[in-house]
Design a protein around this ligand. Structure first.
Ligand SMILES: [Fe+2]
Ligand SMILES: [Fe+2]
Length: 262
């Protein structure tokens, strides 16, 4: 089974390149299942119900979120529906939505978990202990377990990857918007990468216009971080080849494509 995981979609440029690339890959049969992080899909901040539907129609099977989950309030009731969009599992238990989802496909049962880090981030429940709790339900989760760890620090992501190595199919990082080159199959068989990178405008600072971000660094004054508008976009992610009988990853390959606006 070929699984594509795509990093944070930033604004309309990210949505366009995602739709252009992933719809074609699915039509050609190059990928069977697609997970995408959609936390920056709505103008860089959060996601709305129509944008969830747009990304699902473009080929996403499951959407994960992160620290921008609550930026667009309209998404809150949507998170409690049957829609395959999940927020970090280690948010407080009273928060709307679910932290993982199990889907029964033709040849396999797949669980996708969203989890958020705590280093240089807000104080959430422990991602390590939350993963332990989720993995206790192993019989309900199926063979293939995919984990999006949305975190700032590579140390925390590598540590979580090592902690659940052999217990899940794959762990990939999101949130930094910069793809790392450390993809590997860990010693106990879990596929791992510290960050997928982002999907959006290339000539930018992490998908945002350069000037407002620079201005904040130079002056300390607040400014609105608008999504960059330029004609070149990038799509970043990984392609996993997974044995659906054992749930083990056979390979992990980085994907990074740059193109003019489709
Ligand atoms: Fe984030
Ligand atoms: Fe992000």
């Amino acid at each position: 089974m070929r699984i594509l995981a795509i990093g944070d979609i930033v604004g309309s440029p990210g949505r366009r390149i995602f739709a252009y690339t992933v719809t074609r890959m699915k039509q050609k049969g190059e990928v069977d299942f697609v997970v995408v992080n959609g936390e920056n899909a709505a103008g860089g901040s959060g996601i709305t119900p129509p944008l969830v539907d747009e990304l699902l129609a473009a080929g996403a099977d499951v959407l994960t979120l992160g620290d921008h989950t609550w930026d667009q309030k309209e998404i809150i009731p949507y998170l409690n529906k049957e829609t395959p969009v999940i927020r970090p599992a280690n948010f407080h238990s009273s928060c709307p939505g679910q932290g993982w989802i199990t889907l029964r496909l033709k040849n396999a049962t797949v669980t996708i978990v969203s989890i958020i880090g705590r280093v240089f981030m807000q104080p959430h429940d422990s991602p390590f202990h939350t993963m332990d709790k989720i993995l206790q339900k192993k019989s309900e989760l199926g063979n293939i377990i995919l984990v999006d760890v949305h975190a700032e620090a590579t140390s925390e992501k590598v540590a979580l990857g090592r902690y659940i190595d052999g217990r899940v199919t794959a762990v990939w990082g999101t949130h930094t918007h910069v793809q790392t080159a450390d993809e590997a199959i860990l010693p106990k068989g879990t596929a791992y990468i510290s960050d997928l990178g982002m999907t959006g405008p290339k000539d930018s600072i992490l998908g945002r216009d350069v000037d407002p971000v620079l201005n904040r660094f130079l002056t300390g004054m607040p400014s609105r971080f608008t999504v960059a508008k330029n004609s070149v976009s990038q799509i970043n992610g990984i392609l996993l080849d997974v044995d659906e009988h054992t749930g083990k990853a056979r390979s992990i390959k980085r994907m990074q494509e740059v193109m003019g606006e489709p």
